[in-house]
Structure formats: structure tokens, C-alpha cells
Design a protein around this ligand. Structure first.
Ligand code: UDP
Length: 466
């Protein structure tokens, strides 16, 4: 008898993947590919030249490049630039992807089951369906975020998303608790129009697909997942946290500095603050100074990821310069790297808290590490994720408004200090981590949903091109 991803005649069923070309989308896609490959499926990864994955890290997979090497424009308006880039990926890849996919279908002896594409790649999912290939949509954000996507036209019409200056940031969005005005990106004019387009395309992509695969788990987002199931016409497979199924070290676009793991080995349990703002978030030079002195003045050991390009206006190819006196003040107590093996860092017993920008992958990785989080969201879904950490799960604290070293120092002391509110935060973080492990364990919700997903994929078949 063949393994699960094989047909009765012993052929491996093939799943095709196409991710958005950003680290936070590539990682979960490779994690899903790893999961399905372990279940017996063959894997083909379509990818753009821009942020191409390293094929040598995945010798068991096939890779098909699709001509697109446009980089996002250099601008402080991260929302507009990112939305424009996503729409450009869709437009530019349409014709070359059609050509590449048609060629694959001509040649492929093994049976293609489906394409799993990022929910932001509607055009490419349309191409696949046009060639007879069923599609599954992968959402790399939370269920709450997709519920927000579905409510987006209503929120626009009610004026919640227009420029925040005219609104009270702490006002509750009564139609979509627990969000407040400040937890949703604000935009105006052309940027709001672009966002509306992007989001409605994602909802269309999911509803036109054969199912939604989402990187979350039931115990974390029970009500949000129930709401998605009520509102969507397709099955929802919440199978996360994906990184626990299949660690993603090999899909990192930047070289991970593994020396920091040795540095952590020499630290006491739960003593280190890990600081990272992901692959896209940026900050002003003034915020970098406040961040640096907040960390220094906290007196805690720290591991800080200072990615080149993090600070707006600094040369993008070099790590941003730290303020004078910072190294002398923190000598022997901290280490700074350009990029870390984050999953391993968070799982290290020396890490006691995580200062994050609240990208969804980082948030899930923090949840699974059972550490409290200090949240400094920057754009997109990050504010909403921070709201869940701070207000719903109550496993961390959010830093809003002007970044100021005194506020940073106080928040770090609360999270890492003995007794007081930090004890409660840490207890809840450990409990959430335990519940994630339960969902992933045999017969847990995510484990059962993986079985359902595998059976669903086995029921899909591409109508071969004549
Ligand atoms: N990451 C990493 N090394 C780092 C910082 C981040 O490998 O030094 C990984 C992290 O584990 C996560 C991804 O990069 O899987 C970032 O995704 P996320 O959704 O958190 O944020 P984004 O970069 O999309 O804003």
C-alpha cells in the first residue's frame, strides 16, 4: 500500500505551491510543503526571481522560476508600497505563470492534485483554474485578520478606516470587537482604494478556491474561526502553527547568524530579552535611539536582531548604527545580529521575553515558545495581532504612541521582573503554549485538520491539458 499522498497506481500526487515573495509568506508555505511532502505528496514550488528561495536547501522539491524581479519601491509609506508590489506580482506573473504551468501539465507524468497559492495571488489562482488545476488558498495571517478582511467594505463605509486623525484611537469597533480604531491600518485617498482592492481580491480568491488553509489553531482563535466558517463558502483547514509541523530554517532568505545560539547557551534560564521586528517593518532613526536606550536601561541581557534596512533613511545594505555609548553601556550583557534563527532562539530556555513587531509568524512563534511579548506593531495586520496579545490572550503588553525609553524600560521590567503583573503574563503565556501543543498532538484540532486537508487534496485532480 502506498503512503497517503499516492494514487492507487502508486504515483505520488503532486501539489504545486506559489507564495508571495516575502519572508513571512515564504516560511509558512515551505512549512506546509514540508508537511504535505512528509504525507507522501510530491512538491513543485513556483517562485518569482525576486526573493527566490534557495532550491539547494530542498533537494526533494522541484522549482519553477517565474519571471518577476521587481523590488518594492523605497518609501516610508510601507502600506502603499507593499500593496502596489503585491498587485504588481499578480500582473507581471500572469503570462509567464500560465506558460510555465501549461508546460508542466504537458510534461508531468505524476498527477497534479492542486495549486496551493497565497490568498493574495488571485490572478495566478485564476490562471491555474483556467488550465483545469484546482486551487487552495493559503492565508499566512490570523483568522481574526481574515474576518477583518471580510468586514472591510462595511468598515470602510462606516468610516473606521479613513485617516485616524479624525477619530478617537481607543474607540471600540463595535461591529468587530476586540478591535479598536487604532488596531486597524488607517489610509486615505488612493492608498485606501488600493487596500480595498487588495483585500477584496483576497476574499474573492478564498471563496473561488476549493478551501482555505490557515496558519492558526482552534484554541487560539475559536470564535474567529467559527465566524470564518459561517461567512465562507469553502472548507477551512486551521492546521497551525505550521512551524511546529515543519521548522523553516531552510527557507530563510537571509543568512541566519547561528552564533547567537552559543551566546544564549551561556545565559541563565529565562534571563534574555529577544528583540526582532521581522523582515519588513521599519522605524525612524529617533525610534531606534529610544529602543536602544530602553533596552540598555532595563539592565536585562538581550539578543537584538538589527536587520539592514530596519531604519528608514539609513543605508539599506548595512546594519543601522547604534547610538554612541550603547555598546560600552551594554558590554557583556547583550549581542546584536543581522538575522537570527528565530524559531530556535525563541525555543531556547535562556529566552524570557520577546519584543516583537507582531507579524503573524513571529506572534505564533512567540505563543509556541510560551514567552510574554512586548508588542510594537508597525503596519498591516500587526496592530490587530498586538491587540490579541495584549487584550485577548493577555500574554504581553503593547507599546503604542511615541516610543520613549522610559516606557520601554518599564515594559521590559514588568515582563521580566519577579512577581507583580509579569508573573501573571508569564503564566498565561505558558498556558497558551500548552494549548498550542495540545492542538498539535495526536487527535488535537490541528492534527485532525491535517488529516482532513490530506483527504481533501486526494479528492482533487487537475483536468489534464489536451
Ligand atoms: N525571522 C528569522 N530571523 C530573524 C527575524 C525573523 O528567521 O532574525 C523569521 C521569523 O521566524 C518569521 C519571519 O522571519 O518566521 C517573519 O515573519 P513575520 O510574519 O513575523 O513578519 P514579517 O517579516 O512578515 O513582517
Amino acid at each position: 500500500m502506498g503512503s497517503v499522498g499516492q494514487t492507487a497506481t502508486g504515483h505520488r500526487r503532486r501539489v504545486l505551491f506559489f507564495s508571495l515573495p516575502y519572508q513571512g509568506h515564504i516560511n509558512p508555505m515551505f512549512q506546509l510543503a514540508g508537511l504535505l511532502h512528509a504525507r507522501g505528496f510530491a512538491v513543485t514550488v513556483f517562485h518569482t526571481h525576486f526573493n527566490a528561495p534557495d532550491a539547494s536547501q530542498h533537494p526533494a522539491y522541484d522549482f519553477v522560476p517565474v519571471q518577476f524581479d521587481g523590488t518594492p519601491a523605497d518609501s516610508a509609506d510601507t502600506v502603499r508600497v507593499t500593496v502596489e508590489h503585491v498587485l504588481a506580482v499578480n500582473r507581471a506573473c500572469e503570462a509567464p505563470f500560465r506558460e510555465r504551468l501549461a508546460a508542466l501539465l504537458e510534461e508531468e507524468e505524476e498527477e497534479v492534485a492542486c495549486l496551493v497559492a497565497d490568498a493574495h495571488l488571485l490572478t495566478l489562482m485564476d490562471v491555474a483554474r483556467g488550465l483545469g488545476v484546482p486551487t487552495l488558498a493559503l492565508r499566512t495571517g490570523s483568522a481574526a485578520c481574515f474576518r477583518w478582511f471580510m468586514a472591510f467594505p462595511m468598515l470602510c463605509d462606516k468610516g473606521y478606516l479613513s485617516s485616524h486623525e479624525s477619530q478617537e484611537p481607543d474607540m471600540l469597533v463595535t461591529e468587530l470587537p476586540p478591535y479598536r480604531v487604532r488596531d486597524m491600518p488607517s489610509a486615505s485617498g488612493a492608498t485606501l482604494g488600493l487596500m480595498r482592492d487588495l483585500i477584496s481580491r483576497a476574499v474573492t480568491a478564498v471563496n473561488a478556491s476549493s478551501g482555505l488553509i490557515i496558519n492558526t489553531f482552534d484554541a487560539l482563535e475559536t470564535d474567529e474561526l467559527a465566524s470564518l466558517r459561517r461567512g465562507l463558502a469553502v472548507p477551512v483547514f486551521d492546521i497551525g502553527p505550521l512551524h511546529v509541523h515543519s521548522p523553516a530554517a531552510s527557507s530563510s532568505l537571509l543568512r541566519q547568524d547561528r552564533g547567537c545560539l552559543d551566546w544564549l547557551d551561556a545565559r541563565g534560564p529565562a534571563s534574555v530579552l529577544y528583540v526582532s521586528f521581522g523582515s519588513l517593518a521599519s522605524m525612524s532613526a529617533a525610534d531606534l535611539v529610544e529602543t536602544a536606550w530602553g533596552i540598555a536601561n532595563s539592565g536585562r541581557p538581550f539578543l537584538w536582531v538589527l536587520r539592514p534596512g530596519l531604519v528608514r533613511g539609513a543605508p539599506p545594505s548595512q546594519p543601522p548604527p547604534l547610538p554612541d555609548g550603547f555598546h560600552a553601556e551594554t558590554r557583556g550583557r547583550g549581542t546584536v545580529v543581522s538575522w537570527a534563527p528565530q524559531e530556535e532562539v525563541l525555543a531556547h530556555p535562556a529566552v524570557g521575553a520577546f519584543w516583537t513587531h507582531c507579524g503573524w509568524n513571529s506572534t505564533l512563534e512567540g505563543v509556541c515558545a510560551g514567552v510574554p511579548m512586548l508588542c510594537r506593531p508597525c503596519f498591516g495586520d500587526q496592530m490587530g495581532n498586538a491587540r490579541y496579545v495584549d487584550h485577548v490572550w493577555r500574554t504581553g503588553l503593547a507599546l503604542h504612541g511615541e516610543l520613549e525609553r522610559g516606557k520601554v524600560e518599564a515594559a521590559i521590567s514588568t515582563m521580566m521582573g519577579a512577581g507583580g503583573p509579569g508573573t501573571a503574563l508569564r503564566g498565561r503565556a505558558r498556558e497558551l503554549c500548552r494549548r498550542a501543543a495540545e492542538c498539535m498532538a495526536k487527535a488535537g484540532s490541528s492534527d485532525l485538520n491535517v488529516d482532513k486537508l490530506v483527504n481533501h487534496i486526494m479528492s482533487l485532480t487537475a483536468r489534464r491539458c489536451q
